[in-house]
Design a protein. Structure first.
Length: 106
């Protein structure tokens, strides 16, 4: 859970026996377990709170993005309809060539 191997746990237990005596070691480990449990619960609560705040902060941005997408779709509709109605190919009218029916002036 916390990256502690069995050999490290044995060393910790031996040090605890030497420091606190064999009578108080079970109480020490019980309190250490309670402390670790509280720390884990606090971390979980903090993570949940952070996720909730992030969701609340990004929700208006997501709604704004949907609104922008809807406006973009509405702007595309007339352009798409106009393109569908236009039967002439795009390269048929070459703006670089002068009209043939215009007579040059002298």
């Amino acid at each position: 859970m916390f990256g502690i191997q069995t050999s490290e746990l044995i060393v910790i237990a031996l040090i605890a026996i030497l420091l606190f005596g064999p009578e108080k070691v079970p109480e020490f480990f019980h309190r250490a377990g309670q402390l670790m449990s509280k720390i884990q619960r606090g971390a979980d609560d903090m993570w949940t709170s952070l996720q909730t705040e992030m969701n609340q902060a990004t929700k208006p941005l997501e709604e704004l993005g949907k609104d922008i997408q809807a406006v973009g779709d509405q702007l595309k509709k007339p352009l798409t309809a106009a393109a569908a109605d236009d039967d002439t190919p795009a390269d048929a009218d070459d703006p670089d060539e002068p009209e043939a029916d215009i007579e040059p002036t002298e």
